[in-house]
Design a protein around this ligand. Structure first.
Ligand SMILES: NC(=O)c1ccc[n+]([C@@H]2O[C@H](COP(=O)([O-])OP(=O)(O)OC[C@H]3O[C@@H](n4cnc5c(N)ncnc54)[C@H](O)[C@@H]3O)[C@@H](O)[C@H]2O)c1
Ligand SMILES: [Zn+2]
Ligand SMILES: [Zn+2]
Length: 391
């Protein structure tokens, strides 16, 4: 079959690889009808996440049709079912899965001992990601092997386009969780850093969850316009001081809730000198991530507020103003999204017409255009916000 394959830094190829096969009775094989490129794939593209191997098949946002089912998954799946596959693989039986903490499933990471060493404890297996999370082949491919398939799927009805359903795999529940874990209350001002696909879903979720004022921060005009279309007030950090604008918009008190939808790869620019230092430290391997947004959120946030982190961090960060966070009494919430905790409700909201996440797609192309699209999405070129690929 054809698939997008990681070969090293900034080297993704459209390769022929062997077809996936049922390897365990709980597996299923999906014929992928649509998949997408995520901001998390860019961290792999930039080789910022350790333990990738040349030949790894990428992709963790996929949906399609079931074409083969292992003997132990037959009670919950049958050939022909239409499914969205969450980016997190879950056993459904461990203590964490029972608590709904699916992204830290204790049993789905087949290379759990690597996770134990890197993180202190293993986290869930993820599709198309590092070997620290199992090194499972991803779904930017014609076919996808789904381990623990009896619990790792969301059945979706016919009659709704892939465009509206695909993002149940990741960015919609991810944006939703970013807003939910901020504990939004009526009257709240919520500031969202980053207006990429995840930020866009977060902004709309914050509004649906009752935020009075949502402030969207980025530097890309087309992304800020998309945020404004949802009802957010926008701040372009290249043109104005984020801290000054946030204080201005909140009577000097700061936002009640601050959400990081940027993560590891903050833009490096002269207006934010700490980002230049972070970049230098990254090159010297003295720091893993560029945490400018985290620092800014801690300064900006109203005392007793919540910092919700949904942008991905990969390792060690420097100069986090912990004293300020402690003295202001801030609460930190963060996670890889616990996708299936939210998707049944979000699917209902899509069916009701309350949410239509397809607005974020700017590029719909063939899977074979994937290598070029990784560069376009990375460069934010051609107005690119979200790439949907079809095998
Ligand atoms: N936790 C999860 O489960 C989960 C799931 C999916 C994606 N993610 C992560 O979410 C993050 C965003 O993903 P995406 O697909 O939207 O990626 P993206 O790269 O398209 O978006 C990032 C946005 O941040 C903006 N940005 C950079 N520096 C900024 C700054 N200083 N202030 C404000 N904005 C700034 C960029 O201009 C860009 O628009 C990534 O780190 C990704 O890995 C997390
Ligand atoms: Zn993702
Ligand atoms: Zn589990």
């Amino acid at each position: 079959m054809k698939a997008l394959v990681w070969h090293g830094k900034e080297d993704v190829r459209y390769d022929t690889v062997s077809d996936p096969e049922i390897a365990h009775p709980r597996d299923a094989i999906i014929k992928v009808t649509s998949c997408a490129i995520c901001g998390s794939d860019l961290h792999l593209f930039h080789n910022l996440i350790p333990a990738m191997l040349p030949g790894d098949v990428l992709g963790h946002e996929s949906m399609g049709e079931v074409v083969e089912v292992g003997s132990a998954a037959k009670d919950s799946l049958k050939v022909g079912d239409r499914v969205v596959i969450p980016f997190t693989i879950q056993c459904g039986e461990c203590d964490q899965c029972k608590r709904g903490n699916f992204s830290v499933c204790q049993r789905s990471n087949r290379k759990g001992e690597l996770g134990d060493k890197a993180f202190g404890h293993r986290t869930a297996g993820l599709f198309g990601y590092t070997h620290l999370t199992g090194g499972y082949a991803g779904g930017q491919a014609e076919y996808l092997r789904v381990p623990f398939a009896d619990t790792t799927h969301l059945k979706v009805p016919d009659g709704i386009d892939d465009e509206k359903l695909l993002f149940l795999s990741d960015i919609l529940p991810t944006g939703w969780q970013a807003a939910v874990q901020a504990d939004i209350e009526p009257g709240d001002t919520v500031a969202v850093w980053g207006c990429g696909p995840v930020g866009q879903m977060t902004i709309r979720s914050a509004i649906l969850l009752g935020a009075e004022q949502v402030i969207a921060i980025d530097c890309l005009p087309e992304r800020l316009s998309m945020a404004a279309a949802a009802g957010a007030i926008t701040v372009n950090f290249e043109e104005e001081s984020v801290l000054e604008r946030l204080n201005e918009l909140t009577g000097g008190e700061g936002p009640h809730k601050c959400i990081d939808a940027v993560g590891s790869e903050n833009h490096v620019n002269i207006g934010q000198p700490d980002t230049i230092l972070d970049r230098a430290k990254q090159m010297l391997m003295a720091e893993n991530d560029r945490p400018h947004v985290l620092r800014e959120m801690i300064y900006a946030c109203r005392p007793a507020g919540v910092i919700s982190i949904i942008g991905v961090y990969t390792g060690l960060v420097d100069k986090i103003p912990m004293g300020q966070a402690m003295n202001k009494g801030l609460t930190f919430r963060m996670a890889q999204a616990h996708v299936p905790r939210w998707t049944p409700d979000l699917l209902r909201r899509i069916e009701d017409g309350q949410i239509d996440p397809s607005f974020v797609i700017t590029h719909k192309v063939s899977l074979s255009d994937g290598p070029e699209m990784y560069r376009t999405f990375r460069d934010k070129a051609d107005g690119c916000i979200k790439v949907m690929l079809q095998p």
